[in-house]
Design a protein around this ligand. Structure first.
Ligand code: FMN
Length: 180
């Protein structure tokens, strides 16, 4: 039997990987927030879209500087992902929670000990009531090669990443299945 759950429709689309969005301008003001509503949108040119709540500090900084980064943290740091996703940078300086540096192609910050990160410049945005979908050209995509190969992506024998299910509830990536 199916039941209507439209108020929580997005939970039907979870779990989703939880990343940390870096925003702002190095040396001026920077911020980090958790985001699961992140998706690749084009290969040529490389593009990613992020859906950001208009009330967040991140939204304000992306509007101002037109840049953001997407940082992939290991499951062992899920508590940091949760922390930057549960308080606003307007109330607390969250850059103390991670080791940050300026991006190479953008002035927005990247997380040094991330598994990988994307440096993005906003090329388009779509306003959707309480959220803005920012579309960014990916100017750089750096990865820790100990845990990743271009042929088969992440090596989940060596690392895992957090998948956000709801609120404080996360999963890890599970069983590998090779379709024949
Ligand atoms: C795992 C997780 C995923 C989240 N995903 C998103 C998201 O995709 N978009 C969004 O706007 N907020 C998302 N949030 C909520 C923001 O991270 C949260 O509102 C944060 O406090 C905003 O911080 P800021 O005001 O410093 O930008 C998520 C929170 C968590 C814990």
């Amino acid at each position: 039997m199916h039941r209507e759950v439209i108020d929580k429709y997005y939970l039907l689309l979870h779990p989703r990987p939880a990343y940390i969005i870096g925003s702002g301008k190095w040396g001026e003001k920077i911020n980090f927030m958790a985001a699961s509503w992140v998706t690749p949108v084009a290969e040529e040119p490389p593009r990613v879209a992020i859906a950001i709540d208009i009330e967040s500090y991140t939204h304000e900084l992306i509007k101002e500087f037109k840049e953001f980064t997407v940082n992939i943290l290991p499951l062992s740091k899920v508590n940091i992902v949760y922390k930057v996703g549960s308080i606003s940078g307007r109330r607390k300086n969250k850059s103390d929670l991670v080791r940050a540096r300026k991006g190479e192609k953008v002035d927005a910050p990247v997380i040094e000990d991330s598994l990988g990160h994307l440096e993005c410049r906003v090329v388009d945005e779509h306003s959707s009531e309480d959220v803005t979908l920012f579309i960014g050209d990916i100017l750089s995509a750096k990865v820790n090669t100990e845990y990743f190969s271009e042929k088969s992506g992440w090596n989940f024998k060596k690392i895992n990443i957090p998948l956000h299910n709801w609120g404080r509830g996360f999963y890890s990536v599970g069983r590998f299945i090779l379709v024949r």
